[in-house]
Design a protein around this ligand. Structure first.
Ligand code: NAP
Length: 497
């Protein structure tokens, strides 16, 4: 089947998570029906399909962590468990009739722009290739698991489990478990493992700021109210989003101007730690020595308390090697382990930007170009010399704290751009070098006030920073600014043909 112009598809979207589905919904709204959504996993939902470790839940309240145009009145809690997000993704795919465009188990390895033909050729791992007019990457920020390669890892006689590859129903009773990592995933998982493991050792390299999570079941009366009077859920969303925005804008992006707000958040976390952990030495070890917001902070009521249990130990020595039955730290401490859990996160900057080889006009290799120069993308979505290409998970694209803010801004961008293509009766766009430079310069300037540059992030090892030491993940704009610009960017920022 072709799109009517001899191409296999009008649009290929890579990734069937919330980003890819948002793009699919927008293209359908624009009247494009020839869409293929290619997904390497065996089902839709992106991160919410891949991750199903115990304790998984959203850490942005569900009224905000969802599409504004598709509210779900049935969230069971303020912070819904992961399975509800997966179910919501399925509901969205059905509601917007996206499933018929989806192909699972298809891994894209390479895409090349054909300037003469005005199309992309997409190569997949099965050796097949397909052509499309427009290419959209929606491959996620946190989708390439990071597995550290400690000396001796191969010799480990027990089980090694990465949190993205969780064996459902696995019984940890009687096991001597080690968890490596103390990021958001570990903070959710550790209290669950501590319940059943015979012993649990948490290997922490960098402590994380943890603030209390004000979470509760949403009463059925409120769910009914949300269902019958959608305006009430909209209001709840607006209040929650504003609170997150205040935290993000004043605590992180305008750190220079609003230091007291940032300090207050750090004090809240320290008070939480003080009230939760009895042992002063453990408290000291769990206290971060970088500014709040350098790393994505996390929310939990039970993470800190776990360290009061006699069966749980915090180990801050660096891991020197793995032996068949345990881990050895640099100072020679030996910890007996039979189950090793890697809560070691994701590799963003080496392998994920972009997630596969993308060759644009004149043979420009996107990944090589980003790495050799600076990571950049106009409005966090398009790149010069990459015609008809939209990159949803790109430098400076992440706006606000809820990923849905980013997605919906990008949907607005697509709507404006494709509206203009239709108006002109053309089918090719490319952002100008000048517009891209302007956006990059502004982002660079705005970031100078952020905690990343005006604060102390030196010991944070934050994935917000790329390998050049630049904080190029977050868009340094207020959410409303982002949404306004995505809907009203100057049309002259693109060349059309
Ligand atoms: P992460 O924040 O990158 O944390 C990885 C952890 O592994 C860090 O503590 C890191 O230590 C440690 N680590 C990595 N390599 C190591 C090594 N060689 N030796 C020792 N320690 C090592 O990853 P994550 O916890 O999976 O979370 C990633 C992001 O996913 C979060 O920031 C959040 O945005 C998102 N997330 C969201 C939710 C939610 O909404 N419910 C839940 C989970 C995750 P260093 O800090 O020293 O590098």
């Amino acid at each position: 089947m072709t799109d009517g112009h001899g191409l296999d598809h009008e649009v290929v979207i890579v990734g069937a998570g919330f980003g890819g589905m948002g793009a699919g919904i927008e293209f359908r709204r624009q009247g494009v029906d020839s869409i293929a959504i290619l997904e390497r996993e065996d089902d839709l939902g992106g991160t919410w399909h891949v991750n199903h470790y115990p304790g998984l839940a959203v850490d942005i309240a569900s009224v905000t962590y969802s599409y504004s145009f598709a509210p779900n009145p049935h969230w069971s809690r303020l912070f819904a468990p992961g399975a509800e997000l997966k179910a919501y993704a399925e509901h969205i795919a059905d509601t917007y009739d996206l499933r018929r465009s989806m192909e699972f188990g298809v891994t894209v390895e390479r895409a090349e722009w054909d300037d003469h033909g005005g199309h992309w050729t997409v190569h997949t791992a099965d050796g097949a290739r397909r052509t499309c007019r427009y290419l959209v990457t929606a491959t996620g920020f946190l989708s390439q698991p990071h597995t550290p390669d400690f000396p001796g890892m191969d010799s480990f006689a027990g089980e090694i489990i990465h949190t993205t590859d969780w064996p459902d129903g696995h019984d940890f009773a009687g096991r001597r478990v080690a968890v490596i990592g103390t990021g958001a995933t570990a903070v959710q998982l550790i209290p669950e493992l501590a319940r059943s493991a015979r012993s649990l050792t948490v290997f922490q390299r960098t402590p994380i700021w943890v603030v209390p999570k004000v979470d509760f079941p949403i009463p059925s009366a409120v769910q009914r109210l949300f269902e019958r009077v959608p305006l009430t859920q909209k209001a709840a969303r607006a209040v929650n989003t504003s609170m997150l925005e205040a935290l993000m804008v004043f605590g992180v992006l305008h750190f220079r101007q609003a230091k007291p707000g940032n300090r207050l958040a750090a004090l809240l976390s320290k008070a939480h730690l003080r009230l939760s952990v009895r042992d002063a030495g453990t408290r000291a070890a769990l206290t971060p020595h970088y500014d709040f917001g350098c790393k994505r902070p996390t929310f939990s009521n039970d993470y800190f308390r776990v360290f009061n249990r006699p069966t749980v130990a915090l180990e801050t020595g660096s891991i020197a090697r793995v032996e068949p039955d345990g881990l050895v730290t640099a100072d020679g401490t030996r910890v007996a382990v039979d189950t090793l859990v890697l809560a070691t996160g994701f590799n963003l900057w080496d392998v994920n930007f972009p997630a596969f080889t993308i060759i644009g006009r004149g043979g420009r290799d996107l990944g090589a170009w980003w790495r050799a120069g600076r990571f950049q993308a106009y409005q966090g979505i398009t790149v010069p010399r990459f015609p008809n290409f939209l990159t949803l998970n790109s430098p400076y694209s992440y706006s606000g704290l809820s990923y849905f803010t980013t997605i919906e801004g990008q949907m607005k961008h697509i709507a404006r751009l494709f509206g203009e293509l239709r108006r002109r009766g053309v089918d090719r766009f490319e952002v100008t070098e000048e517009a891209n430079d302007r956006f990059l310069q502004r982002a660079t300037r705005n970031l100078q006030s952020s905690v990343f540059y005006a604060g102390d992030c030196s010991g944070s090892r934050s994935y917000y920073f790329n390998q050049h030491g630049e904080a190029t993940l977050l868009r340094p704009d207020a959410t409303l600014t982002t949404l306004r610009e995505q809907a009203r960017f100057p049309l002259s920022d693109y060349a059309y043909s």
